[in-house]
Design a protein. Structure first.
Length: 80
């Protein structure tokens, strides 16, 4: 069992939710690679994904938002 600290894997700005989603996405990618290549892997994809994030092979990109996130229509879409 992997005992990874969430705080150790967060690099300051990422949320726990973003980390969980990133690990889950990476685990699905790993699983797909195992199935496609007929690999005999005994370790679980989630554990491999966690290790990838711990060793900084993967990181999470979170865009920064300023102010209100408003949806604006383009000029051509506005009807009078």
């Amino acid at each position: 069992m992997i005992k990874a600290s969430v705080e150790d894997m967060l690099s300051g700005k990422e949320s726990r939710y973003a980390l969980v989603m990133g690990v889950a996405k990476r685990a699905r990618e790993i699983n797909d690679e195992i199935v496609e290549n007929n690999l005999d892997e005994t370790r679980k994809p989630v554990n491999l994904a966690i290790k990838d994030f711990e060793e900084d092979r993967y990181s999470i990109y979170e865009p920064e938002f300023e102010g209100d996130n408003k949806i604006e229509k383009k000029e051509s879409e506005i009807s009078e």
